[in-house]
Design a protein around this ligand. Structure first.
Ligand SMILES: NC(=O)c1ccc[n+]([C@@H]2O[C@H](COP(=O)([O-])OP(=O)(O)OC[C@H]3O[C@@H](n4cnc5c(N)ncnc54)[C@H](OP(=O)(O)O)[C@@H]3O)[C@@H](O)[C@H]2O)c1
Length: 244
């Protein structure tokens, strides 16, 4: 019988990729969007493992994760993998700190946990467009291709031996400008103030402030991530920087 894996947040961008990779590996993926929270215990019952993805910029990721942990315990699901982020403990970025706190919840859960820490997704950069960048184009990153991340997530969920492991995941190292150029996109540098008045205008003030804090951190430090764990877990070279 194929393994049945619940993916909390499975109807979003990351979740769809993880469900596709699970199905490609012969598992039965159960994507759970926000409507599943009416009866999360019921939704998790009968599953062999749960993958936990928090919504973007969630106000309280620790509470969100704690609710999934509690539901998993009640449903008798002992295996849980958390989708976190590279460098979660960065006090200057509140949404990263939320992920650090969510990791702490998972590590104290008593469940058989693993944590995945992907870098910034390649897919955040649209090919063949003008990308308005509110931080310097020379900022260094370890970019994670979402399809690579999803394949690793499926492996970690379906194979034994990853319990208690935390893997930082990037497909390649590049600057933001190099990635944009490799995708045939043009970078237009914008001041954070300009971004706040345009893209950030309709956002909830907390989310806008957290994104501005992220841009300020990226401007100074980027978000470098090592590429070796991805290479090892894929058992092949991760996606390379695309040259057009
Ligand atoms: N983008 C990156 O570069 C990057 C890198 C590393 C980590 N991450 C992390 O990846 C995570 C997922 O990002 P994403 O872009 O895949 O998100 P997304 O496409 O916005 O998907 C969000 C998921 O959460 C569900 N959801 C939304 N609001 C909810 C609520 N109030 N209660 C319960 N469920 C709710 C959505 O369900 P519905 O479909 O029902 O709305 C959907 O399944 C984020 O935590 C992000 O920080 C992103």
């Amino acid at each position: 019988m194929s393994a049945r894996i619940a993916v909390v947040g499975g109807t979003g961008k990351t979740g769809r990729a993880v469900c596709a990779a699970l199905q490609g590996s012969g598992a039965d993926a159960v994507p759970l969007g926000r409507s599943a929270w009416i009866d999360l215990v019921g939704a998790l019952t009968g599953c062999d493992a749960v993958y936990v993805i928090a919504p973007n910029m969630h106000a309280d990721e620790a509470a969100y994760t704690e609710a999934v942990v509690t539901a998993a315990q009640r449903a008798g699901v002992s295996r849980l993998v958390l989708h976190s982020v590279a460098s979660p403990y960065v006090p200057a970025m509140p949404h990263h700190v939320g992920k650090a706190q969510a990791e702490d919840v998972v590590r104290r859960s008593g469940l058989d946990w693993s944590v995945l820490q992907p870098g910034v997704y390649v897919q955040n950069f649209a090919p063949g467009t003008t990308i308005r960048l509110p931080y310097r184009a020379e900022a260094p990153f370890g970019f994670a291709d979402l399809d690579d991340v999803a394949l690793v997530a499926a492996r970690v969920l379906l194979e034994q031996g990853h319990e208690g492991a935390t893997y930082e995941l990037a497909s390649f190292r590049a600057t933001a400008g190099e990635l944009a150029g490799s995708l045939g996109s043009r970078v237009e540098l914008v001041r954070p103030r300009q971004w706040a008045a345009a893209e950030g205008k309709g956002l909830e003030p907390r989310v806008r402030d957290w994104l501005l804090a992220m841009f300020a951190y990226y401007d100074r430090h980027g978000l470098p991530v090592g590429t070796l764990p991805m290479r090892v877990l894929l058992e092949r070279a991760p996606r390379a920087l695309v040259r057009t």
